[in-house]
Design a binder for this molecule. Structure first.
Ligand SMILES: C[S@@+](CC[C@H](N)C(=O)[O-])C[C@H]1O[C@@H](n2cnc3c(N)ncnc32)[C@H](O)[C@@H]1O
Length: 282
């Protein structure tokens, strides 16, 4: 299902407010207003032990903005496929990208019906650029790649940045994420980029693990990964942009002010380039 410019009410899937959803819980961590009692209850179970969970969510969101700025301003990429978009908030990908290059094009994809219901806020493209929203599941990458809006808005002969920011931890190993990554990366033109981030239990063995257990108990798939597991899943065979896989707070931070501790952040991120055939063969 895809949406461009308008959202026909009849196509919005049913929103079940009795069950928690990751997009609404993330909105709760970020201080947004689009969440229900079930989302808050599950979120609070994690926050009880990962007290800096909100700080971590903000650091992740800031990483996303810095990565988009890097891609447009330094790598010259102006096309984005943002899977696991989340509810519209500040600094949505098209806003950051189009502030630098107004002709930037962005396709957003998420599997939460509430994100679809709010998608209009993601369709505020500059006149020179374009945005679209598709209701889709990362675990079915072919459905994303073959979606008509994806093919219409993005030019697959030019580099595209695939954004998998704070979504891979919702794809545990039983969903074969390595295969999902291979399908997506193989479909991207050479010179494209991947931006990814992932929650870890490496620096705080209690907080993030309690959060992940709360998600699973609520029927939401969730898996923590350490930096090696994340790097191998997301960036195998790709050229990591310096500084490589780091805590999101350490990825090209702005300014030199104090930053949260590794345990507070507990969230890795990285940006990598998909090599061209010539690069790959030296
Ligand atoms: C933590 S939010 C991240 C939002 C945004 N990418 C960011 O980092 O600020 C995770 C988003 O991924 C979405 N999501 C979770 N599993 C998904 C899946 N299998 N397919 C598509 N989206 C998914 C959730 O609905 C939620 O909106």
């Amino acid at each position: 299902m895809s949406v461009e410019g308008s959202i026909p009410e009849a196509t919005v899937p049913e929103i079940d407010t009795s069950k928690p959803h990751p997009a609404r819980m993330y909105d709760y961590y970020l201080g947004g207003k689009n969440h229900f009692a079930a989302d808050r209850a599950t979120a609070e179970l994690g926050l009880a032990t990962w007290r800096a969970g909100r700080v971590a969510a903000r650091e992740n969101r800031a990483f996303l903005g810095r990565a988009v700025r890097f891609l447009v301003a330094e790598a010259g990429v102006t096309q984005f496929l943002d899977v696991g978009t989340g509810l519209p908030t500040t600094n949505n990908v098209h806003e950051v990208a189009q502030a630098i290059e107004p002709s930037s094009r962005v396709v957003y994809a998420d599997n939460d019906p509430l994100v679809l219901a709010h998608a209009r806020a993601l369709l505020t493209s500059s006149p020179e650029g374009r945005t679209a929203y598709i209701h889709a599941d990362l675990r079915d990458p072919q459905s994303i790649l073959s979606n008509p809006s994806v093919r219409e808005v993005l030019d697959f002969s030019q580099p595209i940045a695939l954004m998998l920011v704070a979504v891979l931890h919702f794809v545990p190993d039983e969903f074969e994420p390595t295969q999902i990554m291979a399908t997506l990366i193989d479909a991207l033109p050479p010179g494209s980029y991947l931006v990814a981030s992932h929650i870890t239990g490496e620096h705080d063995p209690v907080g993030p693990a309690t959060g992940a257990r709360a998600y699973r108990a609520a029927g939401l798939p969730a898996q923590l990964r350490d930096s090696d597991q994340f790097a191998e899943l997301a960036f195998s065979g790709l050229e990591l942009v310096p500084p490589g896989v780091t805590l999101v707070s350490e990825w090209r931070p702005h300014g030199s002010g104090p930053r949260p501790t590794p345990a507070e952040v507990s969230w890795y991120g990285g940006v990598a380039r998909i090599p061209t055939l010539r690069d790959a063969h030296g």
